[in-house]
Design a protein around this ligand. Structure first.
Ligand code: CUA
Length: 380
């Protein structure tokens, strides 16, 4: 729905050009464009529909809920102000409209009582609005773990254009469990997220769980989140960060604490060794000198694949989505992604830098793509 609505941005301009070329006269053109803008703005509120995966009107957890509560409070206050101001304006226009061509109404200059009231009243309204606003800002900034509530820690790193998530290894203190684009968290648990970027500005946003926090190079930001229902929640980079910004998505997978512990334990395991011949061939290609996947990707347990430029692929077969959350992780999509990543996610750095995509001589054959797909799907 959102994608669809986005496609309308700029449509009034395009329409204007189209109507000009159709040599429709100016007043008629203006009416047509005006009518269409009104009709389209009638559709816009549909974007607020709570079932939409990116809607902030269906909050789960205290952070998103506090932000939604604040939104409604300010919205209603603004609506009352709007109705009062517009009401006075419309009344004045009608009541004091010019009634005769040759009659000048009595002129007035200044009204001390009125001017003092319209200065003090907004100041009082703003002061009232500031109380819940500032309280929410502090509540959102200070994790309940500061006052002793148990919490887990996750480090989120924004790359161009994907997300890395790091967890402390419960079995091996000091060691980190690394995954990409899917952040698992236990339900009803405070999660402290540390945000960093080794490249440019990004913004971490899970509309139904927490509002945006900037991910800034050379500066670590933090936020805390807590989800109160299980499920998969869509996240999106919310700061323009380059050509594939719109496709820099991720998912927060909220599960029971038992499921979460099992997931974390499985992520701690080295990659499964391939057993069927096609997957074994895939591993050989992955670690070979033609494809050179190993120079950018880590597959834990492999002596060769220890690259850290791209996402860690140790358990890529167990993820629900690929290509930073934009495609379901199935055989067809994985095949398309490996064969021509730029078609799936325009601008991605793999297709711009990996030799198999930049050098026609090194291009992967269909059979090689099939073997790589089998190998990666087996990395559960
Ligand atoms: Cu990262 Cu936009």
């Amino acid at each position: 729905m959102v994608d669809w609505l986005w496609s309308f941005s700029g449509s009034s301009e395009t329409l204007g050009v189209a109507l000009r070329t159709m040599s429709i006269c100016t007043p008629m053109r203006k009416r047509l464009v005006g009518g269409l803008i009104v009709a389209l703005s009638g559709i816009l509120p549909l974007a607020c529909y709570p079932d939409n995966p990116m809607s902030t009107f269906d909050a789960t957890g205290p952070v998103a809920q506090s932000q939604l509560d604040l939104f409604w409070m300010i919205f209603w206050a603004a609506l009352v102000v709007f109705i009062v101001v517009e009401g006075v304006l419309v009344y004045t226009i009608i009541r004091y409209r010019r009634k005769s061509e040759d009659y000048d109404p009595p002129q007035t200059h200044g009204n001390t009582v009125l001017e003092i009231s319209w200065t003090i009243l907004p100041a009082i309204i703003l002061a009232i609005v500031a109380v819940p606003t500032v309280t929410t800002i502090f509540d959102n900034a200070n994790s309940p773990s500061l006052v002793g509530e148990p919490a887990i820690e996750v480090e989120a790193v924004g790359y161009q254009w994907w997300w890395e998530f790091k967890y402390d290894d419960p079995n091996n203190p000091g060691n980190e469990i690394v995954t990409a684009n899917e952040m698992h968290i236990p339900v009803d648990t405070v999660v402290n997220v540390t945000l960093s970027s080794p490249n440019v500005l990004h913004s971490f946003w899970i509309p139904k769980i927490a509002g945006k926090v900037d991910v800034v190079p050379n500066n670590v930001n933090t936020l805390w989140i807590k989800a109160e229902e299980t499920g998969s929640f869509l996240g999106q980079c919310a700061e323009f960060c380059g050509v594939a910004h719109a496709n820099m998505r991720f998912r927060v997978i909220v599960e029971s604490s038992t499921e979460f512990d099992a997931w974390l334990a499985s992520q701690d395991e080295p990659a499964l060794e391939p057993v069927d011949p096609l997957a074994i061939e895939g591993k050989t290609i992955f670690e070979g000198n033609q494809a050179q996947c190993w120079t950018c990707h880590t597959v834990s347990g492999s002596a060769k694949s220890q690259g850290t430029v791209g996402p860690n692929l140790t358990h890529v077969g167990s993820r629900t989505h690929i290509a930073s959350g934009i495609r379901v992780n199935d055989q067809k999509n994985l095949r398309e992604w490996i064969a021509d990543p730029d078609r799936v996610k325009p601008g991605n750095l793999m297709s711009a830098t990996a030799k198999v995509y930049t050098d026609p001589i090194s291009k992967l054959t269909d059979a090689q793509v099939s073997a790589l797909v089998r190998y990666l799907q087996g990395l559960k």
